[in-house]
Design a protein around this ligand. Structure first.
Ligand SMILES: Cc1ncc(COP(=O)(O)O)c(C=O)c1O
Length: 401
């Protein structure tokens, strides 16, 4: 295979840490109430994989299965819907608590706000969430997808009534395209990453993702000892890390961020540890399309810098291994249909426990028979063709050009 998993454990500096008010348990409880007002809302399952934990020599493995989220096969809609809800509440000079789903989609609100167009750049999952929300509201969505995006994902976004195209550029360039179109046409940019001067919507998006964390907090009988979170730009990982840091204080679980080695911008930022964000450029040809982002979210990074413990950069075969293991667990465990970006954390845990050459990393992470590990399978088989060729045919296909 040639490629190896790499670990960085930055030394935590003492002193002031990033404020977590926006991800506090009380705040996130309210976000969760907003999502609960949606008729499609159902808490997604948290699967306890006891057989797999035993097989790997761990005390427990818990996998949150986001393939059940709103019938959309990925967690992402939590962010887009909450950000759009907040945007509308702000325009109406209301509190989001007074704008539950039924009110948000009402004629009265539509008449007050008029026609809106939401624009975003996405590998697929976020765009589908934004398009779905716009569709519920009877509003428009425009979605730009980067080069190499699966046509199947484009069709799903189109099915939500959005105007969607695959552009000849990478994710970060597509974000800039969406930004310039928003400025030119007066559209509202709903992007799942923050940068200087663009922070409100990405903050709301992170808060929206935290609903997953709140559900986990309510579902888990006992606190996990370890949490593994995958990162594209790091908004999702930042949201879950922030919430658990708020809930657990200094006693928080050991938090590990996992990225594909072809798009490991958060890992590089942690490795450099010089107060700057570090980017990956070019095509980022990984099978983990949802994680193929080269520029960290500034707010996500602020949280991860101060509260995450480990950063791992890993090759594609680890995601493929996770997909196969979750889809075919030991007898007695419930299977989880998990896509490339969803399965990489479980694949990483398995690799650390099984591969003797990863022993030093496993020890550095303090993984042993007493560990209770939490992973989030953030998507199902959002690219069915790829899923089947990896899980059924045993392939790790190269990136679609
Ligand atoms: C399935 C899936 N998992 C994880 C992520 C990572 O989220 P973030 O970009 O906030 O790091 C994404 C991002 O699109 C995704 O689609």
């Amino acid at each position: 295979m040639g490629e190896e998993l790499k670990l960085v454990q930055p030394v935590k500096k003492r002193g002031e840490r990033y404020q977590l008010d926006f991800l506090s348990k009380e705040t996130v409880k309210k976000v969760c109430s907003f999502h609960k007002s949606f008729p499609v809302y159902q808490e997604t399952p948290l699967v306890s994989m006891d057989g797999l934990a035993k097989e790997l020599g761990l005390g427990g493995i818990f996998v949150k299965d986001e393939s059940y989220r709103f019938g959309l096969n990925a967690f992402k809609v939590l962010g887009g819907s909450y950000a759009i809800g907040n945007y509308m509440a702000q325009k109406l000079q209301m509190d989001i608590a007074d704008l539950p789903y039924q009110k948000m989609v009402s004629e009265e609100v539509r008449n007050k706000l008029g026609e809106l167009t939401f624009v975003t750049a996405t590998d697929g999952n976020h765009g589908r969430g934004v398009a779905w929300t716009a569709n519920q509201l009877g509003q428009k969505a425009v979605v730009y997808m980067p080069k190499g995006s699966a046509p199947e994902r484009l069709e799903r976004i189109r099915a939500e009534g959005a105007e969607v195209s695959i552009e000849d550029m990478n994710y970060d360039e597509a974000v800039r395209l969406a930004y310039s179109m928003a400025k030119e046409k007066g559209w509202i940019m709903v992007q799942d990453t923050a940068w200087e001067g663009y922070t409100d919507i990405p903050t709301w998006i992170m808060q929206g993702y935290a609903t997953m964390g709140y559900e986990i907090y309510e579902q888990l009988a006992e606190k996990p000892t370890h949490i593994f979170l995958q990162a594209g730009v790091g908004s999702m990982a930042g949201a879950i890390t922030g919430l658990f840091a708020d809930i657990c204080g200094e006693d928080r679980p050991i938090i590990t961020i996992v990225e594909p080695n072809k798009a490991d911008c958060v890992f590089r930022t942690a490795q450099a540890d010089d107060g700057k964000l570090h980017f990956v450029t070019g095509d980022m040809d990984t099978i983990m399309a949802g994680l193929a982002c080269g520029e960290p979210c500034s707010i996500g990074w602020d949280v991860l810098r101060d509260y995450a413990d480990n950063f791992i950069s890993c090759p594609d075969y680890i995601a493929a291994k996770g997909m196969r293991m979750l889809g075919n667990p030991p007898k007695g465990d419930i299977r989880v249909i998990s896509g490339e970006s969803g399965a990489v954390t479980l694949g990483c845990v398995a690799e650390l426990m099984q591969n003797p050459s990863c022993r030093s990393v496993k020890e550095a992470l303090k993984l042993d028979e007493n560990s209770r590990v939490l992973c989030i399978s953030t998507e199902g088989d959002t690219d069915k063709e790829n899923y089947q060729s990896i899980v059924w045919d045993g392939k790790v296909p190269s990136f679609r050009k």
